[in-house]
Design a binder for this molecule. Structure first.
Ligand SMILES: NC(=O)c1ccc[n+]([C@@H]2O[C@H](COP(=O)([O-])OP(=O)(O)OC[C@H]3O[C@@H](n4cnc5c(N)ncnc54)[C@H](OP(=O)(O)O)[C@@H]3O)[C@@H](O)[C@H]2O)c1
Length: 223
């Protein structure tokens, strides 16, 4: 499978790329600096250097052409509003449009639990971030592509444990980035998981089983 990751230099993007390379996939992505490109190349990931905010839909589509799936894991993590708007917002929608233009059928988005910051008075920039993320989820879920949205709870950097809790609604808790990346890799390898928003947090179900539990029939049964 040919996978293109926007956000491949980030913590989750990098872990996802590693998992996919291990599975034998052909992994490419977009980075902002040449040293990131060189470091990823040494790990078997073909990165292209470019600024997402400056790329047009057409120029991005040229990079995505030939991929089987595009994954968007980039984002401001609730930082400056301008970056949230340009990357989490316009950048994600631009990538969706470019995937469609390039004829890539499948689009996966790493989003966030919408209620993650509720009641914590995290400030206007973070409120803006959650609003932008939700709007992008709406746009992606209304697209005609074979889309998938994964919303993790709070990302932490301890080692993954290989078990999760995955479903259409999960409590806001926390989850190691390694487990999120492994879940995304498993979801990408299961084409029967499509047009679904799934939330993920730490839990006790082995990742492969958790993914299998969300298979949907391609058509409604007759009768
Ligand atoms: N933090 C949480 O608890 C949490 C919870 C749920 C969901 N999420 C979502 O998960 C995503 C991935 O998290 P992560 O830990 O992997 O984040 P990360 O390590 O900060 O990676 C963010 C990625 O976005 C790119 N990026 C950031 N600003 C950019 C800009 N101005 N222009 C172009 N690219 C830019 C980074 O590129 P560079 O390497 O060049 O900076 C990097 O590839 C987040 O964006 C967030 O939406 C986070």
């Amino acid at each position: 499978m040919k996978v293109f990751i926007i956000g491949v230099s980030g913590a989750v993007g990098r872990l996802l790329a590693g998992d996919l390379v291990e599975r034998g996939d052909d992994v490419a992505g977009l980075v902002r600096r040449d040293e990131q490109r060189a470091e990823l190349a040494a790990r078997g990931v073909a990165a292209h250097v470019g600024e997402l905010a400056d790329l047009t839909v057409d120029s991005l589509a040229e990079l995505l052409a030939g991929s089987d799936v595009v994954v968007f894991t980039a984002g401001s993590n609730g930082g400056a509003r301008q970056i949230t708007a340009a990357i989490d917002g316009e950048g994600a929608v631009k990538t969706l449009d470019a995937a469609r233009l390039a004829g890539v059928g499948r689009f996966a988005l790493l989003s966030v639990l919408p209620e993650a910051g509720r009641g914590q008075d995290l400030g206007e920039d973070v409120e803006f971030y959650f609003a932008v993320k939700k709007l992008v989820d709406v746009t992606v879920s209304m697209s005609d592509l074979d889309w998938l949205i994964l919303r993790p709870s709070l990302l932490v950097d301890r080692d993954g444990i290989g078990t999760i809790s995955l479903g259409p609604a999960q409590p806001h808790d926390e989850i190691p980035r390694q487990d999120v990346a492994a879940t995304l890799a498993a979801l990408l390898h299961e084409p029967r998981i499509r047009r679904q928003i799934l939330e993920v947090t730490q839990g006790s179900t082995p990742i492969a089983w958790a993914v299998l539990a969300h298979l949907r029939p391609r058509r409604w049964p007759e009768g």
